[in-house]
Ligand binder design. Structure first.
Ligand code: PLP
Length: 432
């Protein structure tokens, strides 16, 4: 049994000064079960009580190489000794921009930022400025950060979304101006027919269609063959900007992210997370013709957009990715883990769907297929959570939110995968 007392004590202390006792709502798992972390190295993480876990959360995806990855940290330390912020441009950030352009097929020009939220916010402004239109089309269950423009229909009970033919956009928080609801259209992911219909009705008013390549914030539901291509085709036809939100998939599912994986060139793409192995860095970029309007009546910037830890973190992370078999290794180990879980479900007669990519996958229990969030809401989320709790007791940590994928890093070993499968075999057999 894990000793959770120290976590509980810290939660009580934290609640005095931090709403919910955390610095982001998603880090609150509940009373007495919210972990507080002490340290992490490689694929392992220790909470404040000294309990050790194989970490499959990886901070919601940024940690692509492994926690406290020496070569990255050393580059950051070397660079910050010469100052962290100048509000002027340095050579290191040019190297990073060139590497992003080289690695990501559709990116001809890029600007950096500090978080995925900033990247999507900027991309949406640029798309609106470029088209002179205001409507944004997004898909239910996709999350594009905390900015108000797209924090709609990220999660709501399926009934609240209304009929598939005319979905109701649901703001994900109080405080989001109702007026922004006039500028957003929503649809179930993978709804080919609905998408064509909406484009026929509104195509010429739509500034941007934004989507994650797979539903990285809803159980890693994959795009059905042809869906992303249909978005590409219809946005071109109607002169709307196609924004591919690669904050989770970028530099993770392949060196060049989903653009490389699906051989797809959106107009703009957004990045963060795996770009810097945990350091605060993001980017958005795409076609030269669109990006070139920045600075010509289109405002974009930020004091910290070239912060040295973020830039140096990205510099070292990208260099390692270019040099070492990071993605191949993750692909091989992640495939073994996904297949191993499938076998465990089969052996125990459990209906489940394992979805996603070896570097980023999830599973849903009690259903055998899912194409959108409405399908996923039919899955047995309570059982998922009971398994997650039992796994954590045994030293394996997936996220407590079943929408959140499992992530793998270059540091996850075959022994980690073996242990994880051993734990899940036991958990699935015994926890009903
Ligand atoms: C697809 C996607 N876009 C944007 C964001 C927002 O990124 P950040 O948390 O860095 O603001 C996230 C965060 O999880 C994300 O998954």
């Amino acid at each position: 049994m894990k000793n959770f007392q120290k976590n509980v004590e810290l939660q009580q202390r934290a609640k005095q000064v931090l709403p919910l006792g955390v610095n982001s709502n998603f880090r609150y798992w509940g009373e007495g079960i919210t972990p507080y972390v002490k340290k992490a190295k490689g694929s392992h993480l220790w909470d404040v009580g000294g309990n050790e876990y194989i970490d499959y959360r990886l901070a919601f995806g940024p940690i692509i190489l492994g926690h406290a990855y020496d070569e990255v940290d050393e580059k950051v330390i070397e660079e910050v000794r010469n100052g962290v912020l100048f509000a002027m441009t340095g050579e290191l950030e040019l190297d990073v921009a060139e590497m992003i352009v080289e690695m990501c097929p559709g990116v001809e020009m890029v600007r950096t930022a500090c978080s995925g939220t900033e990247a999507t916010m900027h991309a949406i402004r640029v798309a609106r400025a470029y088209t002179g239109r205001e409507l944004i089309l997004k898909f239910e269950g996709n999350y594009h950060g905390f900015q108000d423009h797209t924090l709609w229909s990220t999660y709501a009970p399926a009934e609240a979304y209304g009929n598939r033919r005319s979905p109701i956009p649901i703001p994900a928080s109080s405080g989001i101006p109702r007026a922004l609801g006039q500028a957003i259209l929503t649809l179930p992911f993978n709804d080919f027919e609905g998408f064509e219909r909406v484009m026929r009705s509104y195509g010429e008013q739509i500034a941007a269609v934004i989507t994650e390549p797979c539903q990285g914030n809803c159980a890693a539901i994959l795009p059905q063959p042809g869906f992303l291509e249909l978005i590409r085709q219809k946005t071109s036809e109607y002169g709307a900007v196609f924004i591919l939100d690669e904050v989770k998939t970028g530099f993770r599912i392949a060196k060049g992210g989903a653009q490389e994986y699906y051989n797809l060139k959106p107009d703009l793409a957004t990045y963060a997370k795996a770009l810097g192995n945990g350091y605060p860095i993001a980017a958005f970029g795409g076609k030269r013709e669109i990006m070139s309007i920045i600075g010509h009546g289109v405002s974009q910037g930020g004091t910290y957009t070239n912060n040295k830890p973020g830039i140096a973190g990205a510099w070292a992370t990208l260099k390692i990715m270019q040099r070492e078999p990071v993605h191949e290794t993750i692909q091989q180990r992640g495939t073994r883990l996904m297949n191993g879980l499938r076998e465990i479900f089969d052996e125990n007669g459990i209906q489940a769907v394992v979805s996603g990519y070896p570097a980023m996958f999830s599973f849903a229990v009690g259903i055998d297929s899912m194409t959108c969030q409405r399908d996923w809401t039919q899955s047995d989320r309570d059982l998922y959570l009971r398994w997650a709790e039992a796994a954590m007791e045994r030293g394996v940590m997936p996220d407590y939110d079943p929408r959140e994928p499992w992530f793998l890093s270059y540091s996850h070993t075959d022994a980690d995968i073996d242990r994880t499968l051993e734990v899940y075999a036991e958990v699935v057999r015994t926890v009903k």
